[in-house]
Write a protein that binds this ligand. Structure first.
Ligand SMILES: NC(=O)C1=CN([C@@H]2O[C@H](COP(=O)(O)OP(=O)(O)OC[C@H]3O[C@@H](n4cnc5c(N)ncnc54)[C@H](OP(=O)(O)O)[C@@H]3O)[C@@H](O)[C@H]2O)C=CC1
Ligand SMILES: O=C(O)[C@@H]1CCC=N1
Length: 287
């Protein structure tokens, strides 16, 4: 499927060279989907960051204002990967350089296809995505939505790219903010949970390196159990929980502290925040 897409011969430009751009670029390179020399990464002012990316991956890098234009014009695929607050200005700046055969792939939380069309024009094929940073190691989870202008071939390319760095789900654009709340922000919830587990392990007297090994393997093993056994988290939890045993005591204590409600509330808030961010960009465009 990958050779059919012709992706290996394409040029990919990351406009915005931060954490998410690096996670995707690193994943694509690591999975050998595309050679580093076919990837360019641009940012606004942080020259050290570009130098670091060039040294680390061998990607082409250049500072805003020099020969950025060439990379942007030559790219078959342009990833928009700046923070939402910078998006309207950054996208407006490149709109005059774009031609309608270039595929725009946005990873920007909250930013709608309609807003991007306002900034770029109606004919540009646009993909709105919500990936996550686990793409770095090929274990990402990405929500994908297409504008009408995206061709079947461009869809193949998009899905091949995101499949090479994890799994993806094509969703109606109205669900993209839900994807933010679930898997876009998701890795941070798990890290937050692990931080708490590590703290408690220390309080219980375990040395940091031993605590880390035990916590990481526990999280990894639990996720893998859900994936490989096909059993639900609830069923698997029951199997750990002996009547009147240690796990029951822990779960009762966590429930009393409102852990489940706190997680649900936090996820809904992430999704709501994505909508707020999108609305703020929309307002700034229409001002
Ligand atoms: N981090 C995550 O887990 C995820 C992030 N996202 C989305 O990815 C996007 C980027 O987030 P993240 O990677 O964390 O952000 P970072 O702050 O790490 O990176 C942002 C990058 O954008 C660059 N930039 C800002 N303005 C411009 C401009 N005008 N022209 C060119 N480059 C510019 C910055 O350059 P400089 O440093 O020089 O200013 C920087 O390289 C966000 O919109 C976010 O919603 C989506 C899913 C997950
Ligand atoms: O925190 C954020 O806004 C971005 C979007 C999803 C994950 N990180």
């Amino acid at each position: 499927m990958l050779t059919e897409t012709g992706i290996a011969s394409m040029q990919i430009c990351f406009y915005g060279a931060g954490s998410m751009a690096e996670a995707i670029a690193r994943g694509l390179i690591h999975e050998k989907l595309i050679a580093p020399g076919k990837i360019s990464m641009l940012n606004r002012s942080n020259a050290d960051r570009l130098h670091e990316l060039h040294e680390r991956y061998g990607v082409q890098t250049v500072l805003q204002g020099s020969s950025n234009e060439r990379y942007l014009r030559e790219a078959d695929i342009i990833f928009l990967a700046m923070k939402p607050k910078d998006a309207a200005e950054a996208v407006s700046a490149i709109a005059p350089l774009l031609s309608p055969n270039q595929l725009i792939v946005s990873v920007i939380a909250g930013l709608s296809i309609a807003s991007l069309q306002q900034l770029i024009g109606p004919v540009q094929p646009i993909v709105r995505t919500m990936p996550n940073t686990s793409s770095t190691i090929g274990l990402g989870a990405t929500g994908i939505s297409y504008s009408e202008q995206v061709t079947p071939q461009q869809r193949l390319v998009t899905e091949a790219m995101f499949q090479s760095i994890g799994i993806n789900a094509v969703v109606d654009e109205s669900l993209q903010n839900a994807v933010v709340g679930v898997s876009g922000s998701g890795p941070a919830y798990v890290y937050f949970f692990m931080e708490a587990m590590l703290k408690a392990a220390g309080d219980l007297g375990l040395a940091p390196d031993i605590a880390k090994d035990l916590v990481v393997q526990t999280v990894l093993g639990a996720a893998q159990m859900v994936k490989e056994t096909g059993e639900s988290p609830e069923e698997l939890r029951r199997k750990v929980t002996s009547p009147n045993g240690t796990t029951q005591a822990a779960i009762e204590s966590m429930t009393q502290a409102g852990l489940q409600e706190a997680i649900i509330k936090g996820m809904l808030r992430s999704s709501e925040r994505a909508a707020e961010i999108g609305a703020a960009i929309e307002r700034s465009i229409n001002e």
